[in-house]
Write a protein that binds this ligand. Structure first.
Ligand SMILES: *Cc1c(COP(=O)(O)O)cnc(C)c1O
Length: 222
């Protein structure tokens, strides 16, 4: 299957799933972010030619190696950081990305504030929520979300939404429902949730952005 075929099939799965859910019958379909970690430049070019304009990378350094040239040639691309970010990489992340999905602690909020101010650039930010409260996983636990959002508001950070990665071995729907509830409570419009296995379900629960890797690019080799 070509990249366009896979993109088309994903789009259809999403709209079919949304049509079945009463929750979001009037909602727009989510933006599809191609999760392009480990994908070589030729695959990215394929995806761009198939019409994909949103891409998500996990590592700042890998993105710095792959994207500056491509972006110069395709200025309409939006680049998302979807992997964990260390505070000492905030400067590089702000320079390269348009949207950062993984803000999850006050120290990183400080570093992003500092970097955006120094570069006179504003990235849209999402707070990652560890909805499954898994000890090994990044993200703020739901209970600590309100104080973190309050802190970000004090810094005047442009927080636009929430992101989650549900536990791998559990049904994702309750996690998507929880994230949506939290976003509504805090008046945040963007919901980044859903990957290859569950993008269609996430869309039904109100995702505004899905992050899809294998379904679009095939299995990762790297
Ligand atoms: C890799 C990755 C994805 C995409 O995963 P697939 O299962 O390949 O669709 C989505 N979100 C994050 C944070 C990722 O690291």
């Amino acid at each position: 299957m070509s990249f366009s075929d896979r993109l088309e099939s994903l789009t259809q799965q999403i709209s079919h799933s949304m049509a079945q859910g009463p929750l979001t019958s009037s909602a727009k379909p989510p933006i599809i972010i191609g999760a392009s970690k480990t994908q070589p430049i030729t695959q990215l070019q394929n995806a761009i030619h198939a019409g994909l304009t949103h891409f998500g990378e996990n590592r700042v350094q890998e993105a710095q190696e792959k994207w500056p040239t491509l972006r110069a040639a395709h200025p309409d691309i939006t680049l998302h950081l979807i992997g964990p970010l260390q505070s000492n990489k905030a400067k590089e992340a702000v320079a390269l990305f348009d949207v950062i999905h993984t803000l999850d602690r006050p120290k990183l909020a400080d570093a992003l504030k500092h970097a955006m101010h120094a570069q006179d650039k504003s990235c849209r930010l999402l707070v990652q929520v560890n909805t499954g409260e898994e000890p090994q996983k990044a993200g703020v636990i739901p209970q600590d979300l309100p104080p973190l959002l309050a802190y970000c508001a004090q810094l005047h950070l442009p927080i636009v939404g929430l992101m989650c990665i549900p536990p791998a071995d559990l049904a994702p729907a309750p996690h998507f429902a929880l994230l949506r509830q939290l976003a509504e409570r805090h008046h945040l419009p963007e919901l980044s949730m859903g990957m290859s296995e569950d993008a269609a379900i996430a869309a039904r629960f109100g995702a505004t952005m899905v992050r899809v890797g294998r379904h679009l690019f095939g299995e990762r080799t790297g």
